[in-house]
Design a protein around this ligand. Structure first.
Ligand code: UDP
Ligand code: MG
Length: 348
């Protein structure tokens, strides 16, 4: 690295945020300048088609700490976040939305918590969502409940993408082979020491939400499928249930046949249809099991992260002799309940 590391990077994904940009920049800059430490603001222009790019260029002339990363096309909030976080240079990296729903003032508190308590991750947790619509609150509550079931209790409820990461956590993310991780699930899964800072979710200061229902549904679907092979097992369970029901109905058919109250040909047809249906579902389930195996293999997530090893000088060392399991150069990353096998177990 040629340039010195700033103490803090603030990553801001932006998609068509021209109306909120001046307001946001003013509030963020006031907070960051007051920190009195070197910082960078990394605005990720997610292929905006309005005046966002021009606005950012204008700001840059007066705000040397502003860095702009423009994505070639609109790639979505998560992708923009990943692009920014992985390119940030700071010793701490905070991601924040541009619409002032996450108050920039909380950044100072996050940084203070991280330093005081030696935390690698500090989540901004929404203390009050009364200003979100009821629908948004319901869907969010459902989403977080599901995610805590899938990933584990370390996923904080009501924590979106407003969070602070240490350099070690960012490096651990970088080592993940995944191309498009769902950060709000993968970050807790890394197992770093973490804390929470409560904040009040404000109303969008200007402009409209870029998260219509279809995108929320897309994020939920991606969250589930990126952490769980459970949907693939549906066929197995249906097949097993089908076999059980088939068994009972075969008995019914045989009894009816013996009693002589059946149309000729009905029992044999009936049994054949039931049997074939159940067998097909079971075979689909079996395929699903193998697809699930392929899926975890392709994800190639490390089975564990080494937090410390008394046998090495620095705690950022990683084992070089783990040839089957790639151990990323995560810093002090305590091993959480990780590993595809355990994950798969927890999903059953
Ligand atoms: N965003 C983005 N790319 C997109 C959609 C959204 O970079 O394709 C940014 C957006 O500019 C904002 C943040 O992601 O800074 C959160 O989006 P938004 O506020 O619209 O979502 P909501 O708060 O309504 O869930
Ligand atoms: Mg918003």
């Amino acid at each position: 690295m040629t340039r010195p590391e700033p103490a803090l990077s603030v990553v801001v994904p932006m998609f068509n945020e021209e109306s909120v940009l001046p307001l946001f920049a003013r509030r963020l800059r006031a907070v960051l300048d007051a920190l009195d430490e070197p910082y960078e603001v990394l605005a990720v222009d997610d292929g905006s088609t309005d005046g966002t790019a021009a606005g950012l260029a204008g700001l840059r002339a007066r705000w040397p700490q502003l860095r702009v990363l423009r994505l070639r096309r609109n790639s979505g909030h998560q992708a923009a976040l990943v692009a920014g976080v992985l390119r940030a240079r700071g010793r701490h990296v905070v991601s924040i939305d541009a619409d002032l729903q996450d108050p920039p003032e909380t950044i100072a508190e996050m940084l203070r918590r991280a330093r005081a308590d030696g935390l690698d991750i500090v989540y901004g947790v929404r203390a009050d969502r009364s200003r979100d619509t009821r629908f948004k609150r319901w869907t969010a509550a459902g989403y977080y409940r599901l995610m805590r079931r899938l990933v584990g209790k370390q996923v904080p409820a009501q924590a979106g993408d407003f969070r602070l990461l240490s350099r070690a956590a960012v490096e651990a993310l970088r080592e993940l082979p995944e191309r498009s991780p769902v950060l709000r699930l993968v970050v807790p899964w890394l197992g770093f020491p973490s804390g929470e800072v409560a904040y009040e979710r404000e109303e969008r200061a200007a402009g409209r939400t870029k998260y219509p229902l279809s995108r929320m549904a897309g994020l939920a679907a991606e969250s589930v499928t990126s952490f769980s092979a459970a949907p693939l097992r549906v066929a197995t369970w249906l097949g097993l249930a089908g076999v059980a029901v088939c068994g009972m109905l075969v008995v019914v058919a045989v009894v009816a046949w013996l009693a002589g109250g059946t149309v000729t040909g009905w029992p044999s047809l009936y049994v054949a249809i039931l049997f074939l249906g159940a067998v097909q579902l079971l075979c689909l389930g079996l395929l699903g099991e193998y697809v699930a195996r392929i899926y975890t293999a392709v994800q190639a997530r490390p089975a564990y992260f080494v937090a410390t090893d008394t046998d090495t000088d620095t705690d950022t060392d990683t084992d070089t002799d783990t040839d089957t399991v790639p151990a990323p150069e995560a810093g002090p990353a305590p091993a959480g309940p990780v590993g595809p096998a355990e994950l798969a177990d927890s999903l059953r």
